[in-house]
Design a protein around this ligand. Structure first.
Ligand SMILES: Cc1cc2nc3c(=O)[nH]c(=O)nc-3n(C[C@H](O)[C@H](O)[C@H](O)COP(=O)(O)O)c2cc1C
Length: 199
């Protein structure tokens, strides 16, 4: 079991990846600290039809009845939250999905909100930071920001699912990306068959 995992949900397309990631982490007994940007809430509403109240968050709003385990929510501007400090030890952070706005802030070392601050903390403490952008095509500024974030120590893990693991449902594509994120966190998972596994 790792120390708590930090998840930031920002306003890029792909909210389902984040929800599935949180479900799997909680089911694995992993404590999760979560913050959601206002744009992230809008995308959750648009893509999943869920109403998430950022000022009065309850896990059921995001996870439905399947919510279990220890999920600690921190409002997006709450710099008093433990994840704003390097003294709070974590097992890593995932920004999923990661908007171009948040990517740009992380690449620049800006800490304009709690998600950006927690990401900056992970970089300075040399802890795992996984960024999951979705954008396509990519502009030169976005590619430059990806390069800078990578050089600072982040892992850029685009939401680009492979199609070689026997895809029958949308959930298989979601699980492909979530499995790759879990691999980066070194959390054991069998969400998808691995290349080389016996069929
Ligand atoms: C439905 C919807 C989908 C969006 N998808 C993306 C996206 O895939 N990538 C991206 O960089 N921005 C996307 N945006 C725009 C961001 O939400 C916007 O740039 C915002 O400033 C991001 O702020 P945040 O990083 O604090 O969440 C989307 C916005 C909406 C409403």
């Amino acid at each position: 079991m790792l120390p708590p995992i930090v998840i930031g949900i920002t306003g890029a397309s792909g909210a389902r990846y984040a929800v599935r990631l949180i479900e799997v982490l909680l089911r694995a007994g992993q404590e999760v600290h979560l913050s959601i940007s206002p744009s992230g809430r809008e995308v959750i509403r648009q893509e999943m039809g869920l109403e998430v109240d950022l000022d009065a968050f309850r896990p059921e709003m995001l996870l439905g009845a399947s919510g279990e385990g220890v999920l600690r929510y921190h409002p997006y501007q709450d710099f008093m939250a433990p994840i704003a400090s390097g003294s709070f030890v974590t097992g890593g952070m995932v920004v999923c999905p990661c908007s171009g706005t948040t990517l740009s802030a992380i690449a620049a070392g800006a800490s304009g909100n709690l998600i950006q601050r927690a990401a900056e903390v992970h970089l300075k403490e040399r802890r795992r930071l996984v960024l999951v952008p979705r954008e396509t095509p990519l502009s030169l500024p976005t590619m430059d920001n990806m390069r800078r974030a990578h050089q600072a120590g982040a892992v850029l893990l685009p939401a680009s699912p492979g199609w070689y693991h026997g895809v029958n449902r949308v959930d298989d594509l979601v699980d492909f990306v979530v499995a790759r994120i879990l691999d980066q966190l070194e959390i054991k998972n069998e969400l998808i068959p691995r290349w080389g596994d016996a069929p």
